[in-house]
Structure formats: structure tokens, C-alpha cells
Design a protein around this ligand. Sequence first.
Ligand code: NAD
Length: 341
Amino acid sequence: MRLKVGVNGYGVIGKRVAAAVMKQDDMELVGIVKKSYDFSVEQARAAGIRVYVPGEEDMKAFEAAGFSVAGTLKDLLASVNVIVDATPGGVGAQYKPVYSAAGVRQVYQGGEKKDVAQLSFSSLCNYVQALGAVSARVVSCNTTGLLRLICGVNSKVGVRRARAVIVRRGADPREVKRGPINSIELDPPKAPSHHALDVQSVIPIDIVTVAVAVPTTLMHVHHVTLRLERSVTRADVISILESTPRIMLVNAERSGITGTAGIIEAAREARLRYDVPELVIFEDSIRVDGDEVMLFQAIHQESIVVPENVDAIRALAKLEEDPMRSITKTDESLGLSKRLW
Ligand code: NAD
């Protein structure tokens, strides 16, 4: 029997996680919860997804639009084993007592504080720790990207410390109220940025991050410096990255891609919603000096956490005890690959 899953919050992350759950042969999407009526609920219905609302008071707007909902969050919780909370940052914590009272396992997102869940989660780092847990918090998009790199390398050559400069997109494409900023804004002005603490909520590592926000909506970019436990060659690093799941190397000379616009342009042809859930590493930027590795990487903020959400569901429900088997199953179902063309 398939694991029954619900998704509360049907925005950037929720709609992608819901679609990803529908692609798993060991899971069934029972429904999603949408607070306000808009085009996306019509699209959900057209995709065969049952739409619920948070409470009875939210039904009016749907009824006015002639849309009949399947019930309330409470009804959905009564028929699922796992709920994925994809509501705006901080709202998930408010729902926690409701989820707990319903006795369902819970997956939260990176906008929540780490104490919302039993553990913070990243598939390549701590899948096994999440087995059978009641709740897990999938860390943010930037942290997911950092952790894929760090844990991927660490599994082959120990990582002693990490330093990263994070260049954050100013807003997601649909966030009209955050607008284009005319600044390279220190975000936050102090070092370290919260991303280092977020990484440490998953693995104990010496890490410092700083961040700036820039006027783009496409992707984040990081410049990362890793100090390893021993000297390596550039070829060693490329080979490690090539064999790490969910990491894609992009070579400027062969592809003509030198930045985030090129990645997204390629993804527009190759992928639904131009999603790139892989961590993209610019191969030409990889520089190795003894035990020090430096590189640029890009993160598609809207989709990178989706595979980790699927793994988190699988780990909590103990559908698969082996991390690599879950990762492979998720990646094959979602079409992750080593190239966009
Ligand atoms: P979003 O604003 O796109 O979507 C949130 C959805 O929740 C919306 O559909 C909204 O209507 C709904 N909602 C609001 N209040 C609600 C309530 N009380 N009950 C039920 N639904 C409610 O947000 P998002 O970008 O998808 O972010 C969701 C979470 O994922 C946050 O924790 C965020 O930090 C995290 N996250 C976001 C990104 C990103 O780049 N967008 C990346 C990684 C993680």
C-alpha cells in the first residue's frame, strides 16, 4: 500500500513537492491545502489533485468562485500518514500542534526555526538519522546546496572547514512586492549569515558564510572554499563531484554557459517550469591548491529542496532505510540528471 501524503501550502515549494509526490510509486498524494482561491487551484484540480482549505472560514471564497473543496485541513490530516508543511516561514510552527494532535508525521521547510522538528534534514548528510522520526525540517535552498557539496566531498575526502560567499537572488519571479532592488545589499550586514548555523543544524562543521542580495530572480550563486583533510588534485575533485548525486557540472567552453541566465535558458527547453533541482557547479571555476578547493555553484531556489522533501517523507515513514536507494529512486522519478541538454 502506498504511503498517504498531504501538502499544506500550495505556493512555490508546495506545488512542486505535491507534483513530486505524485511521481513516487511508494506514495500517494491525498490532497493539498490552499488558503486563497486563485488560478493554481484550478490547475491543481485539472491535474487530479484534491484541494482542501485550512478552515471552514476559508471556504467562502472558493464557493463564490464555484469551486467545491474536498474539506478542511483537519479532514486531510485524518487521511494521511505524513503532512508536508509548505506554508510561509513561521506559519508551519503555528500548525505544529494541529499536526501533532492528528498523529501524523511532519516535514517542514527551511523558513521554520530548527526547533520546529526533531531534526534538520539533508539527504546526503543525515538520511539515516531521520528514519522513523516524527518530524524533519528540510533546510533552506542555500543550505541544501552547501550541504550537498560538503557532504558529497566529505564522503570521499574529509572536509575540515568551509567558507562561502552567498550571492542571493533578490526575490522569486512571482514575488512582485519584493521588487527589483537597486543595490548589492549585505543580507545580513553581519557575519556570519544564518546559513552557516543552518548547515551546523545538520552537521557539526567549521563553517562561516556571508551573504549579499542582488537584483535577479533566477538563481542564487555561491563562491565556496573548502579546506580538506588532505591534498587533492583538480581531477580528484571533478571525479568526486561527477559521482555525487544531485550535482551537475557545467563546463563553459563546451556549453557556452557562464552564469545563471545560461542555466535557466537551457532548462527552459529541458524542464517543466525550468526547474533545476540539481546543484550546478561551474566546472571552469574549480581551483585546487593542495588541500584547498574553491568553486562557484548555482542554486535554483524554487526547486532544489524538492528531492530532499521526497527523501524526508520516505525516511520518516521508513519506506526505504538505505539513503542511496531513496536518493536514486527520487532522482529517477523526477528526472534529475548530469546535464540539461
Ligand atoms: P509561498 O508564499 O510561495 O507559498 C506559501 C503558500 O502557503 C501560499 O500558497 C499561501 O497562500 C499559503 N498559506 C499562507 N498562509 C497559510 C496558512 N495559514 N495555511 C495554509 N496555507 C497558507 O512560499 P514558498 O516560497 O513556497 O515557501 C514555503 C516554505 O519553503 C518557507 O518556509 C520557505 O522559507 C521555504 N523555502 C522557500 C524557497 C523559495 O525560494 N521560495 C526555497 C526553499 C525553501
